[in-house]
Ligand binder design. Structure first.
Ligand SMILES: [Zn+2]
Ligand SMILES: [Zn+2]
Length: 96
């Protein structure tokens, strides 16, 4: 028998329109958010996980060589990525 009370659990709907799933925030979690004075999450755990992963990969930056002028620069792609990556200067030159 479970002693876990679901009385104060909150049922929310994920605000991600492509997902829009119902999810439950259990009483302990609700208490945690209230204690930290944080708003209740508006995304289901799966979407939150995806967002965290997306954020992490955006923050990852690599030093690499511009494929045109061979200057060193900072890019979101590592040197071994199979893309041509240009520095800002070469990028804008290429658009002309
Ligand atoms: Zn979701
Ligand atoms: Zn360049």
């Amino acid at each position: 028998m479970s002693t876990l009370s679901t009385e104060n659990a909150v049922k929310l709907v994920c605000t991600n329109k492509e997902c829009a799933k119902d999810f439950i925030v259990i009483a302990q979690e609700v208490a945690f958010y209230q204690q930290k004075k944080l708003p209740l999450p508006d995304h289901c755990p799966a979407c939150r996980h995806r967002q965290r992963m997306a954020l992490r990969s955006e923050r990852q930056l690599y030093k690499r060589i511009c494929d045109k002028c061979k200057k060193q620069m900072i890019s979101v792609y590592p040197q071994e990525a199979p893309y041509l990556v240009y520095c800002t200067n070469c990028f804008w030159e290429n658009i002309e």
